[in-house]
Design a protein around this ligand. Structure first.
Ligand code: HSE
Length: 306
């Protein structure tokens, strides 16, 4: 095999209570990438469609993660990468991580799969670091593993796969404003009160238990973020209104997707997920905010060959 085309899905990081550790994989939106082997060693980004991004491999997240992989694999060939971006950079649904993980997934396939998913997550993290100026794997891990993931540790990297309840659907609304991850990290407090930490880790534990037992009611009561949301929600127009409307429409919970501005909800069943989409749309339709919405099943496969 000399050439491969893949779909690299969008992802939702944090999942309310799990800042920097929890994430899940979407299905209805993602980038496409074409990667081919070439004789000349190195990584060459030859095409980018959709959004303006750097072509230099060491300045592009897909290039940086690919370079990290080939430094370890030392293959006898190089790679050309074509990126067809559908996920807007700065959207909060893992745009940079889809590029970073897509290139390493594809190169690994072309090399006969020398690396496992944890190693691919590590390489992808190197690209993600370029975009967000910090090391976290809560977007790249669900893209590579599929479903829900918990990043137990980044040094050494340890990713746990969490089961996905069958009837769980996500609804996303993406106001078309850009929030840079580095900036929305900078506004967070460096220290937090112990009482907030206690609430947050109780919610993480109960969310993991609820996902394991398909307990939708407990999922609902666990999707709470007392640490990050109060700060970041101020950056997102009509965040509280969207949240209230989603919950009233039947969503199990609503939170900021990654570092925003996208907002995610989880619902039991596609019918409720669609009702939530209408409720969210109604809020922004009364403003001049340009937005996109997506309803998606949870993608338990992750990146796939197309
Ligand atoms: N956990 C990260 C954050 C995800 O919220 O800053 C965004 O890349």
């Amino acid at each position: 095999m000399n050439e491969i085309k893949i779909f690299s899905p969008a992802t939702v990081a944090n999942v309310s209570c799990g800042f920097d550790v929890l994430g899940f994989c979407l299905d209805s939106i993602g980038d496409e990438m074409l990667v081919r082997k070439v004789d000349k060693k190195g990584v060459y980004i030859t095409k980018i469609e959709g959004y303006k991004l750097p072509f230099e491999a060491d300045k592009n997240v897909a290039g940086v993660s690919a370079l990290a992989l080939i430094e370890e694999a030392k293959p006898d060939c190089g790679f050309e990468i074509e990126i067809y971006k559908h996920i807007k950079p700065g959207s909060g649904i893992g745009s940079s991580s889809a590029s970073a993980s897509g290139s390493v997934f594809a190169i690994n396939e072309l090399l006969g799969k020398p690396f496992n998913k944890t190693q691919l997550t590590y390489f992808a993290m190197q690209g993600e670091k370029l975009a967000s100026k910090s090391e976290h794997a809560d977007n790249v891990a669900p893209g590579i593993f599929g479903g829900f993931t918990l990043v137990k540790s980044i040094k050494p990297l340890e990713v746990l796969e969490i089961p996905t309840p069958k009837e769980l659907y996500a609804t996303i609304i993406h106001p078309q404003i850009e929030i840079k991850t580095a900036e929305s990290r900078a506004i967070l407090p460096k220290e937090i009160p112990l009482k907030d930490a206690i609430k947050q880790w109780a919610n993480v534990g109960s969310l993991i238990h609820a996902l394991h037992t398909s307990n939708y009611e407990l999922i609902s009561r666990s999707l709470q973020d007392v640490i990050v949301e109060p700060h970041r929600s101020k950056l997102i127009p009509l965040y509280n209104e969207i949240k209230l409307a989603s919950i009233n429409a039947g969503a199990l919970g609503c939170g900021i997707s990654g570092s925003g501005p996208s907002i995610f909800t989880l619902s039991k069943g596609i019918e409720i997920a669609k009702k939530v989409e209408s409720a969210m749309k109604n809020i922004y339709s009364e403003t001049n905010i340009v937005f996109e919405t997506y309803v998606s099943k949870i993608n338990t496969e992750g990146i796939r060959i197309i």
